[in-house]
Design a protein around this ligand. Structure first.
Ligand code: UDP
Length: 427
């Protein structure tokens, strides 16, 4: 039995059935998944991350945990629990790993390691695979005392140009893992040596409340309830309030096109993630910039905008923006494309593998470019519609949960055959 320390909290997920996905991806792909899962039956898998709500990792785990359970693996999901200063430090890691300048102080390192150490108490026994998500619990491997199986570090952020000081602090921990997963090969610099380095892009769940079908009437009803007029043009960005997502740049784009597109409305939806202390600061800046313009609608989970609300906004949009400056993947891009909407995304990280420039949206590098492309799509609705349809098929092919689970099962099967490289390995 697993014995997890008091600070770690278990997250329960709603059960899901793999066969429900047959109408979406076909029986062949589901059978392949079942075949890959067979040798892993009853294997114990632990997922550990920093938050059960807000942001992409929580979104991914809700589906992956449930579907892997349904495929016969014995899967747990736990989240860390730490003091606010711990999350201040780990948000600095996040920003620095995406290229923010600065040097970590000894005090920051101490706060981080102490937080991990506290969470590691009592962790863990008898897991065959442990997936540690992102930098927050990365050092856990150094503090756990129990012998366990294969340790996998899954990095979800854009480390294409990391701050070297922070990378140097975290790299020795990464090196101890049996396998390390990044989203893209460009996130790993030449010369980096990690065991079983694997690249797996994230994915969305087509049957989740956020991505399942929604009738137009229902969408419109929700729009009215949020004071948005569904009959006027709508542009939307759904993102945490994070400087890398550039919500202020999106307001600039909206202002630039306002004179050309009569009645245009901008919707910014952003959840406040438990592990993101910067959220409220960025939110305040957004509100100041939006000022008295009531056609800019800013909503958060505190306004009761949950999965269905996000879906309704994505469905109501004429154009979806994801104007990120750095982006690990950007689930919101796949979510938008799945709703058959063209997406204009910052030419960054994982957005580049989702948007085929000019086919299902546009990749942009400036406010000016984002303005031109948004205007173009709003003025050419037929082209926009066709791009949206193309985008949905790309997501079906490459960015649904089925493919991501398949990639993980392939890795687990491979690791199962290898001796461990961690000091705590019992197999
Ligand atoms: N999200 C949400 N409500 C919000 C803002 C974001 O549910 O107000 C979800 C969004 O739909 C997506 C995830 O949070 O599923 C964000 O993932 P993404 O990869 O785009 O960015 P991250 O937050 O991981 O950097």
């Amino acid at each position: 039995m697993a014995q997890l320390g008091d600070l770690l909290q278990q997250v329960r997920v709603t059960p899901k059935h793999i066969d429900d996905y047959i109408p979406i991806v076909g029986e062949k792909r589901i059978n392949k998944l079942k075949k890959l899962a067979k040798p892993l039956k009853n294997k114990r898998l632990l997922n550990l991350n920093a938050t059960a709500y807000g942001g992409g990792v929580a979104e991914l785990l809700k589906t992956q945990v449930a579907l892997m359970q349904n495929l016969g693996l014995d899967v747990d999901w736990y989240v860390m629990n730490a003091k606010p200063e711990f999350y201040e430090v780990t948000k600095t890691f996040h920003n620095n790993m995406q290229g923010h300048p600065g040097t970590l102080s000894e005090e920051q390192k101490k706060i981080y390691l102490e937080g991990v150490k506290q969470n590691a108490k009592g962790m863990v026994e008898n897991y065959d695979f442990i997936i540690i998500h992102d930098p927050q619990p990365l050092a856990m491997l150094d503090y756990t005392t129990a012998p366990t199986g294969k340790w996998i570090w899954r990095c979800h952020i854009d480390t294409s140009e990391p701050n070297q000081d922070t990378w140097n602090f975290l790299y020795p921990y990464m090196k101890k893992y049996d396998a390390v997963i990044f989203t893209l090969d460009e996130f790993v610099k030449d010369g980096v040596q990690l065991n079983n380095l694997t690249f797996i892009p994230p994915s969305i769940d087509p049957l989740s409340p956020k991505n399942s079908e929604m009738a137009e009437e229902e969408v419109n009803k929700l729009m009215y309830s949020y004071n948005v007029d569904p009959d006027r043009p709508i542009i939307v960005q759904v993102s945490r309030f994070d400087p890398w997502k550039d919500p202020l740049g999106v307001i600039d784009v909206y202002r630039n096109i306002k004179k050309d597109i009569k009645g245009i409305q901008l919707i910014l939806v952003g959840s406040m993630a438990h592990d993101d202390p910067e959220g409220w600061i960025v939110y305040d800046r957004v509100m100041r910039k939006a000022g008295e313009d009531f056609d800019i609608h800013v909503y958060t989970n505190f306004h009761n905008v949950g999965d269905v609300g996000v879906k309704a906004f994505q469905c109501a949009a004429d154009v979806i923006l994801q104007k990120s400056l750095k982006e690990g993947f950007g689930l919101t891009v796949a979510e938008g494309l799945w709703k058959s909407k063209p997406v204009i995304g910052g030419k960054a990280g994982g957005i580049k593998i989702q948007i085929k420039d000019g086919e299902n949206g546009f990749l942009v590098t400036s406010i000016q470019e984002a303005t031109e492309k948004t205007l173009y799509l709003l003025q050419n609705p037929e082209i926009a519609q066709n791009m949206g349809k193309t985008g949905k098929e790309l997501v079906r092919e490459r960015f649904l949960s089925i493919r991501e689970i398949e990639d993980h099962l392939i890795l687990f099967n491979k690791l199962q055959k290898e001796p461990c490289s961690t000091a705590f390995c019992s197999t």
